[in-house]
Design a protein around this ligand. Structure first.
Ligand code: F6P
Length: 546
């Protein structure tokens, strides 16, 4: 495989960057009254405004040429046609099949996966409707008032993010709780709030072998047994997994089991039966609207020319910022509190997918891959870390997201959120020059000596690149489009960087070590053959354990 840095298209970008890097966004806007029209695209109700990215027409041309040279079109086709593009695990990556709303078959090894996908959706609908209608009840015959999703990573983050994002559409009589962490805090807090006779647990785990999930699930099961008896869990537990044997061992009855397939990556799985808790919280119709939104974006990604293709453009702009402007992190800034877990969701999606240091054929990369993804909703973020973004030495690329219409009764407040969002995008782009600061302070009547003392502190250099995703309102379809947009952006970047976006070996080592250390933490006397660092820690554990 050609190393991306050896491609003439990459080298042309590197050369272009030598001059482009010193051009300020102020100059780019001053030179082009059409800049917004030139550098924004509207697709499926999403406006992608990248006019505040530090790009010129030439930059875009070169980035698009790089995408073609890297064979992006063929890679997209390979993904959609079910090829085993996850080469290290020899698996297809077919989250797109989960939201395929057309009749088009999707083949893995010559077999159409769509009948299984449709059957799973039907099973979900029956189950969700049954719980909502009170046909499916607990062991004592009472209807369910609470659902507890037990899962972690991809078996948790999408569920939390989507149900928070669409909290205004939640079913009124069914509360959702999510338990993921190993430390027992969430589980204990949740069990305190719920009635065992009216609580349904959904154990979500692709592998059904994840320590956190199994530990929490076993404890929850015991809690149900303690309150309702040995027979009760059969009516209080459902599970989603690829691992039928482990579901057997957990005594999950057949009607409460939901399948997953190895061609769905954990972080891409909210579209599968992993979304059962989403559907329980919002209703199956809304869950399917989310799938429709995802499908819209899939069709766009699959068919639109690259110059109008949102995920491709977004991915390429990320490459430009990361590899040619040297920005090593991306802040996700939704101006809608409902999206407060969107940055966390994207952390797994982007960093677990593209946090890689070798190419598909196992060669070490000598170019940067995924940077650090982080973020918080505006306007809260403005009052915490924006200072650093405006005037600090770290350089960060920014994604703003905002709905025009509120999902709450206070539209005037969403208008203020939007005003803040636009204002920040402007401030990051244009900053505030020394002259502007001087004029400002002089207008306030400050003496010249005081003005000069303050000028350096008040200058905002600007030229901080950002994109803005603007949409009408946060509804299930829009959320589906947004998630799929970022998924395909990640895929686009993986193709440019020549890495596998669909494995995650980097999380295994820590898990293995934790397993081996667990007995010694339970009983520090068992800590034998450990190095000085661990020995010291175990001594403290022993001394401080009450
Ligand atoms: O530790 C990382 C990971 O493997 C993620 O990729 C995955 O989403 C998560 O753990 C949970 O895995 P599972 O769904 O198999 O419990």
């Amino acid at each position: 495989m050609t190393r991306v840095t050896d491609l003439p298209e990459w080298q042309a970008l590197a050369e272009h960057a030598l001059t482009a890097r010193s051009v300020h966004l102020r100059e780019l806007f001053a030179a082009d009254a059409e800049r917004f029209a030139r550098f924004s695209r509207e697709v499926n109700g999403l406006l992608f405004d990248f006019s505040r990215q530090r790009v010129q027409e030439r930059t875009l041309e070169l980035l698009l040429a790089l995408a073609h040279a890297r064979g992006l079109r063929a890679r997209i086709d390979a993904m959609f046609s079910g090829e085993r593009i996850n080469q290290t695990e020899q698996r297809a990556a077919l989250h797109i099949a989960l939201r395929n709303r057309a009749d088009r078959p999707i083949l893995v090894d010559g077999q159409d996966v769509m009948p299984q996908v449709r059957a799973s959706l039907e099973q979900m609908r029956d189950f969700v409707d049954g719980v909502h209608a009170g046909r499916i009840r607990g062991h004592t015959g009472k209807t369910f008032t609470d659902v507890v999703n037990i899962g972690i990573g991809g078996s948790d983050l999408g569920i939390v993010m989507a149900t928070e994002a669409l909290a205004h559409l939640r079913h009124r009589d069914l509360r959702l709780h999510c338990v993921s962490n190993i430390d027992g805090v969430q589980l204990a807090d949740t069990l305190e709030q719920v009635d065992p006779a009216r609580t349904l647990f959904v154990v979500c785990s692709k592998t059904f072998g994840t320590l956190e999930t199994l530990t929490n699930a076993r404890l929850a099961r015991q809690w149900v047994v303690d309150h309702l008896g040995e027979e009760a869990p059969a009516r209080h537990f459902a599970a989603v997994s690829t691992n039928a044997q482990a579901m057997d061992a957990f005594l999950i009855p057949p009607q409460n089991r939901f399948a997953m397939w190895d061609w769905v990556g954990g972080r891409y799985s909210v579209w599968s039966a992993v979304g059962l808790s989403v559907a329980l919280a919002l209703g199956m119709d809304r869950f399917e609207q989310m799938l429709e939104g995802g499908y819209d974006m899939d069709e766009h990604f699959r068919t639109a020319p690259f110059e109008r293709n949102l995920p491709v453009l977004m991915g390429l702009l990320g490459v430009w910022n990361r590899n040619f402007l040297g920005l090593d992190s991306l802040a996700i800034l939704p101006y809608d509190q409902r999206l407060h877990r969107f940055p966390a969701y994207l952390q797994q999606l982007e960093m677990e997918s593209n946090g890689k240091r070798v190419t598909l054929d196992g060669q070490a990369v000598d170019w940067d891959t995924c940077g650090v993804i982080w973020g918080e909703p505006g306007s809260n973020a403005q009052h915490s870390f924006f200072q650093l973004l405006h005037q600090g030495t770290a350089r960060v690329a920014l994604d703003f997201l905002a709905p025009v219409n509120a999902s709450n009764p206070y539209q005037s407040q969403q208008n203020l959120a939007l005003a803040n969002c636009f204002a920040q995008a402007q401030a990051f782009a244009f900053g505030q020059t020394e002259d502007q600061v001087r004029q400002d302070l002089a207008a306030k009547g400050l003496p010249p000596s005081e003005i000069e003392r303050l000028v350096p502190h008040k200058v905002h250099p600007g030229n901080r690149p950002s994109s803005l995703l603007l949409f009408r309102r946060l509804d299930p379809k829009t959320l589906g489009r947004l998630i799929a947009l970022y998924e395909h952006k990640v895929f686009t970047q993986s193709v440019i960087w020549g890495i596998n976006a669909f494995d995650q070996w980097g999380v295994e080592l820590g898990k293995k070590l934790a397993d081996s250390l667990a007995p010694a933490v339970q009983n520090p006397a068992e800590a034998k053959d450990v190095d000085a660092g661990l020995k010291g820690l175990f001594e403290y554990v022993a001394r401080w354990r009450t």
